[in-house]
Design a protein around this ligand. Structure first.
Ligand code: 2IP
Ligand code: CA
Length: 402
């Protein structure tokens, strides 16, 4: 099993290299930022370049895993399809060929003969990468490959990837927008139970060398299976701004018991007003809007905030599976917000964890895989229970029951 995790780390780094190359190599960046006028969409190329980068990363991950673990490829899913039709009506299935030259030729068909870009892209697709974590050498877990499904989000926060600035200043360590909000998400789940087992989050743009302008990234992982829980952050939760993180506030002493508990949360810029109002009563000023579902979950993983809450149904299984697995390995999880608001905590029922194997009924297209009741990501169950009870007290009854 640790072999699968090792391979996932490695291929996530390959994906991060592709993401960095598309931003940093001039021939590719020009395609990425190209504004298309209405009516001109996809006219020049069979596919817009942003989608091409997404599809290629997804294909690289699929093929890499299938080569090493035959049979696994068919259980890997994501948002994108790798089939296109170009201007000439040719059907093209994008895949990695056995040599960079062949891949370059295939790419030039969807990029209408742009040789410079096709060759540059093919070169990075075929580059060797390595990424190892010595912690993994001590891990030996056996999970049958047959029960594994994988959700991939090749580039989460695509808008920030294309338009995001390199110079955004963080607020309490949290980037509201910018390249830091871009992540590559790979989540492995159990196809029988739907529970997440292994997560890898690769953040390709963490810090930039101002001389070379090259970006360095960071990779996070976690594994939770049959009582074994390990992750890449087995260190104390960092302190925010020289003060204790609010996670400590769950362990109130008597003298502090009158002090209102204060949580911190990361939220979507599109969160509903009624939720934001209730949250501000629970979190005071510790509410941080940030881009990217993957990035917001990573803020919880890193201990920068206690909670990521979202009341809408616009995150998908590929947005949450990786972080959910990491949070589980840390003793936390990701639950369905609507189901939490409807549940009676006094009956001690299990928490409504998000699941990854079953599609939503009575809907079509991507909505089959949306997290339809919204979500809360958390690191500690005790903290989640406390947060929920405060949130419910501060939400209007109508909002709790919708
Ligand atoms: C998006 C992306 C958005 C997020 C949305 C995801 O994925 O993470 O940022 O919205 O839910 O589906 P928000 O930032 O408001 O949370 P993608 O960029 O891959 O489409
Ligand atoms: Ca996404």
């Amino acid at each position: 099993m640790s072999d699968i995790l090792r391979a996932l780390l490695c291929v996530s780094e390959k994906a991060a290299n592709i993401a960095r190359a598309c931003r940093q190599q001039e021939a590719l960046f020009q395609l990425l930022i190209e504004e298309k006028k209405e009516g001109e969409k996809n006219k020049k190329f069979a596919v817009d370049f942003k989608t091409l980068a997404d599809v290629l990363v997804q294909e690289v991950i699929k093929q890499y895993m299938e080569t090493r673990f035959p049979g696994l490829g068919k259980n890997i899913s994501g948002e994108e399809s790798n089939e296109f039709t170009n201007d000439l009506g040719e059907k093209i299935t994008l895949r990695l060929c056995s040599t960079a030259e062949e891949t370059g030729e295939l790419l030039s068909k969807v990029l209408n003969g742009n040789k410079l870009a096709s060759e540059a892209l093919a070169r990075v697709l075929h580059q060797d990468v390595s990424l190892a974590d010595p912690t993994l050498d001590s891990v030996e877990i056996n999970i049958s490959q047959d029960i594994l499904g994988i959700w991939v989000d090749p580039i989460d926060s695509t808008y920030q990837y294309i338009k995001g600035s390199a110079n955004v200043k963080p607020n309490h360590g949290i980037f509201p927008c910018g390249l830091q909000c871009v992540t590559i998400l790979i989540g492995v789940y159990d196809i029988q139970t739907g529970l997440p087992l292994i997560g890898v989050i690769n953040q390709p743009f963490v810090s930039q060398d101002l001389n070379t302008l090259r970006w360095k990234g960071q990779c996070y992982w976690g594994l939770s299976y049959m009582g074994t829980n390990i992750h890449s952050l087995q260190l104390p939760i960092p302190k925010r701004n020289g003060t204790e993180t609010s996670s400590r506030l769950t362990q109130n002493t008597n003298s502090e018991s009158e002090v209102p508990r204060c949580f911190s949360a990361v939220i979507s810029t599109s969160e509903k007003e009624n939720i934001k109002t209730a949250l501000s009563r629970v979190c005071g000023s510790s509410i941080f809007p940030a881009a990217g579902a993957g990035y917001k979950s990573l803020c919880v993983v890193q201990g920068l905030v206690d909670i990521y809450i979202f009341s809408e149904d616009t995150t998908f299984k590929w947005d949450t599976c990786a972080a959910h697995a990491i949070l589980r390995s840390m003793g936390g999880g990701m639950v369905d917000l609507k189901a939490c608001l409807e549940r009676n905590p006094d009956t001690g029922l299990d928490l409504p964890q998000l699941l990854y194997h079953a599609e939503n009924k009575d809907v079509t297209g991507v909505d089959r895989w949306c997290n339809k009741g919204g979500l809360i990501a958390y690191r500690s169950r005790k903290q989640l229970e406390m947060f929920l009870s405060l949130l419910i007290q501060n939400l209007a009854p109508a909002d709790v029951n919708t």
